[in-house]
Design a protein around this ligand. Structure first.
Ligand code: SF4
Ligand code: SF4
Length: 347
């Protein structure tokens, strides 16, 4: 029998307040029924049949991201095939978060959502409340929890506790991403019941620039928590977003990250808002590269390479200017106070 087009409908499940889907890049409809009945639902049976039949009329839309990436010879999640039983459960409990990061949106932060509602930019909507308390986690090997901020929400605590209380946690790796602002006892008591913890620590720079990007966060507290998290976690990795606001000062904050193995530092493209590294003009970029060369370190060299590949784009710079100055007006912040380089960039 021919291999299915993709095995994710057998091996993964991605659950958020909009419903359930076979993976987090699925562009098709989401399942709206009871989570406990998902595995036997007509919805997933139809998708599995389409995968077995290679029904491209159906899959070209729902699996657009994978198909498109593969056309460009880029990685697609479809390429990682696993055994055909549910092993990975991806879970977005809610958009409850204690921060308003400048590159985030209302979908992921209730504080940004409230800000936009107060400004009349969006209407309040009634939310579906996620509930995994009756789901059968028997074969699940990894429970991956995203934000909002998992360590800052009572709802998330209750949901994960329900997995632990039913005895599943000892066989599951809990993978989660945290902003490291609120590493607390309630969270660690629950997280420590899982077989392993695999933690993504989202930080962008250090000190003042970190606090500007990750609004409401305090660097000193985050720095303290980072070491506690690393101490408790089975595996950890930093997630740094490649954005102009922080990388234009990379020479000033990179030293903090040089103390960790370079393999534990992940850098990810900025999506959804302007401010990619292509907004940095060549003269400023060259100054940064010169300073990074003096560090003589594998991570600094990796960043040099990334900067060299980010070809300056004046439209990106204009869009970035409009965006950060708009946020400053909205939030009463002032990016110009961070460093004189922003006068030079935004003049
Ligand atoms: S092909 Fe891609 S989008 Fe489709 S189910 Fe597989 S991983 Fe998801
Ligand atoms: S911590 Fe994460 S979810 Fe919260 S506002 Fe920042 S980017 Fe968004």
């Amino acid at each position: 029998m021919r291999e299915p087009f993709c095995t994710k409908p057998w091996t993964e499940l991605s659950y958020n307040t909009n419903g359930v889907r076979p993976c987090c890049v699925w562009n098709g409809e989401q399942y709206q029924g009871n989570l406990s009945e998902y595995k036997s639902s007509k919805y997933i049976k139809r998708i599995k049949k389409s995968m077995i039949d290679h029904n491209m009329d159906f899959l070209n839309k729902s699996c657009f991201d994978c198909i498109d990436n593969e056309k460009q010879n880029l990685y697609s999640p479809r390429q990682s095939r696993q055994a055909r039983h549910l092993e990975l459960f991806e879970y977005w409990p809610s958009n409850i978060c204690n921060l308003k990061c400048i590159m985030c949106s209302a979908n992921n932060s209730n504080l940004i959502e409230e800000e936009e509602i107060n400004l009349g930019l969006r209407q309040p909507v009634e939310k579906h409340i996620t509930d995994i308390s009756k789901f059968d986690f028997e074969n699940v090997k990894i429970l991956r929890v995203y934000g909002g901020e998992p360590t800052a929400g009572v709802h998330t605590f209750q949901q994960l506790k329900s997995v632990a209380d039913r005895g599943y946690a000892k066989n599951i790796t809990l993978a989660y991403t945290t902003n490291a602002t609120s590493y607390n006892k309630i969270w660690t008591n629950i997280a420590n019941q899982f077989a392993e913890t695999d933690v993504g620590i989202s930080v962008d720079g250090t000190g003042k620039v970190f606090e500007y990007i990750r609004q409401n966060a305090k660097w000193n507290k985050v720095e303290e928590n980072i070491f506690k998290i690393i101490n408790d976690a089975t595996n950890y990795k930093f997630s740094i977003v490649l954005q102009t606001t922080s990388f234009i000062l990379v020479d000033k904050w990179i030293d903090f990250f040089l103390q960790f193995p370079a393999n534990n530092i992940g850098m990810y493209q900025l999506y959804d808002v302007p401010g990619r590294l292509t907004a940095i003009p060549n003269n400023i970029k060259q100054r940064l590269i010169n300073k990074l060369e003096n560090k003589n370190h594998v991570l600094a060299n990796k960043i040099i390479n990334i900067l060299q590949n980010a070809e300056f784009d004046i439209e990106e710079l204009q869009a970035y200017k409009d965006y950060v100055l708009m946020l400053d007006r909205r939030r009463g912040t002032n990016i110009l106070e961070l460093d004189p380089v922003f006068e030079e960039l935004l003049k």
